[in-house]
Design a protein around this ligand. Structure first.
Ligand code: SF4
Ligand code: SF4
Length: 127
């Protein structure tokens, strides 16, 4: 029997990049190393320039820095806010590669539902 890959049921090119607006986008040591290599920086430089520490109850977590965004308030610093896409796709952190961890994306389904009901194919719900 041959395993089949489930069909992806979302289209990121039709979404303004909601997942890139998550306030805590975690970066592990391997992610910082990949970013450093991509930008030809030292690991320390990449860590300082692109990440910050978030103090959670379970301990500090390293996350991506954000920038201002008209739609979501803030988004990841690597997000192109005009083109609405990632500017470091091949060097993005593991957590971005894994998202949304399956063949469906809840936000995409929500936005499609609203677009259909508002009869507006470009509708974007306000943050
Ligand atoms: S929220 Fe879902 S559809 Fe939108 S960019 Fe992220 S994964 Fe793609
Ligand atoms: S690194 Fe790219 S995919 Fe990940 S949150 Fe930032 S813009 Fe989005």
């Amino acid at each position: 029997m041959t395993a089949t890959t489930p069909r992806v049921r979302y289209d990121c090119s039709r979404c303004p990049g909601y997942c890139c607006s998550y306030p805590r986008i975690e970066v592990k040591a391997a992610d910082v190393k990949r970013l450093a290599k991509h930008f030809d920086l030292t690991v320390e430089q990449a860590e300082r320039r692109f990440t910050r520490l978030y103090k959670a109850e379970g301990g500090a977590e390293r996350i991506l820095r954000h920038q201002k965004d008209e739609i979501y308030g803030t988004v990841c610093r690597f997000f192109d806010t005009e083109e609405r896409r990632c500017t470091i796709y091949t060097a993005r952190p593991a957590v971005c590669r894994q998202y949304p961890n399956g063949s469906r994306c809840g936000y995409y389904e929500f936005i499609q539902f609203e677009r259909k009901h508002q009869d507006d194919p470009d509708f974007i719900p306000s943050a």
